[in-house]
Design a protein around this ligand. Sequence first.
Ligand code: NAP
Length: 304
Amino acid sequence: MYDILIIGAGPAGLTAGIYAARGGLKTGIIELAMPGGQAASTEKIENYPGFPDGIGGFELMNSFHRQALTYGTEFIFEEVKELLLQGPIKKVVTDNQTLESKTLIIAAGSKPRPLGVPGEEIFHGRGISYCATCDGAFFRGKNVIVVGGGDAAIEEGGYLTKFADHVTIIHRRSEFRASKIAIDRAQANPKISFLLNTVVKEILGIDKVLGVKIENLETGSIEEIKADGVFVYIGTRPNNQFLSGELNVTESGYIITDNYLRTNIAGVFAAGDIRNTPLRQVATAVGDGALAAVEAEKYLAELD
Ligand code: NAP
């Protein structure tokens, strides 16, 4: 029986683990893959305080993981299949066992949103990627396309110029959502060009990606352009496949919490990207993780 079980070992879950275990509570984190979440596959994080020169996402998350281990957080590397939340004991059904806890912090994060166009699924792993850090090196000397206009598209597009000869950023509007500093840097990069007011209609290829079919939304013209790879950065969707309808979520599936990160079920908290939050950054996930752990601890104290 755990005092606090945390689902997800991204920045929110790891921080909750550090706070809870350091507070002397029996704490477990269930994680499907490697600790660190999406932040671990970000090449460089420049806005997490304390690192004026920036820090690699993997390196930062590795430190979070080691810190959680230092205080005795247990890690369970299994896939969560179902939650049984009624009653005082919360049950987490994984692919291997059923774990029990007095409180639960759901910090399962989010995953890349797919474009949903023909060819995307077929060529996933054969030219279509959602992670520049993971796959960028395969595109040395090649031409790649990045789709999106947020920080991820602009920053990861810049990172890809380390390998690719040329990066074309395709965005559906003429204005970017990304921060000014990221846009200025991309616009000054001679290896980056932009196709604005443009959407990708189809991924083209034989065995692997050879190009994309695009539509200019201003003129309605359709064109095919050549590319060796397509990196999709059009936002995220929540990792909520194990939720069974007991928890209140938004239309897009993000868990609704109050200011104390309590969900509609007593003893169940949500933190980080999976929560209905106005900002999804490592810094905000860390704040969420700390608050969720402290609130879970208060809930436990009231049970005694
Ligand atoms: P985001 O800020 O939500 O931006 C998503 C972009 O994709 C928007 O420009 C949006 O266009 C576009 N888009 C959405 N659906 C689309 C579709 N179906 N077809 C074409 N374009 C579509 O997402 P993000 O860039 O992934 O960033 C998520 C969070 O991570 C943000 O808080 C961001 O600041 C943070 N972050 C990420 C990184 C990184 O991954 N390297 C770095 C720094 C910060 P519209 O603008 O027209 O809506």
